[in-house]
Design a protein around this ligand. Sequence first.
Ligand SMILES: Nc1nc2c(ncn2[C@@H]2O[C@H](COP(=O)(O)OP(=O)(O)OP(=O)(O)O)[C@@H](O)[C@H]2O)c(=O)[nH]1
Length: 191
Amino acid sequence: MGGTKPRLADYSESASLAEVNVDEVTYRCRKTVDKETIDLEILDTVNKECVGPAASSLESSIKWGDGFLIVYSVTDHSSFEAVSRLKRLIDHVKQTLGIPTVIVANKSDMENGRVVRTEEGQALAQDLRCSFFELSVAESLSSVEVAFEQLIREVRLEFQRHLLAMDKRSRMLQMRHVLKNKLTRSKTMQW
Ligand SMILES: Nc1nc2c(ncn2[C@@H]2O[C@H](COP(=O)(O)OP(=O)(O)OP(=O)(O)O)[C@@H](O)[C@H]2O)c(=O)[nH]1
């Protein structure tokens, strides 16, 4: 990835959103995905609401991130409702719609307490154009890895698209410069 560190923000919303806890943890790790090794910085934010005093801190976390993992709990409907709000805020802060975002429905092991159906999660992710995984952090760490790997792939693709667009733009500027020179020269020769 040319030395750049993709920054991923993990929004876990398993507890009440009314609680505001400003503790955040940043993890650094090295991962190999599809034979490519990359250095990651992962910011684990804690229960921040999209409005009120916590909103500006949430917005700066969003500005910081290149990709987003939004986690809700299948046993907590308010955490599910927060997903759309967070995604809207991400789109707004990033001023674009294609920001890599993966939605994770956690606690799939707690069937007894389930209040959000798998299909509801899938439909929401489809609406928001995000990848979707339902899993249990408690039961399967490998499924968490799979969700992270998907996010890394999406961020990588976005980086590549960005580089391509920059390359295209610089080639266009070069062409414009050459063309302008030629036009000026031919104009001079005519006169
Ligand atoms: N049964 C079950 N419990 C889980 C699972 N994931 C987390 N928990 C429990 O849910 C509680 C909250 O877990 P955290 O890892 O703190 O969740 P979080 O979303 O990071 O919470 P915040 O740090 O408050 O944002 C803990 O008691 C965990 O043990 C899961 O997949 N299954």
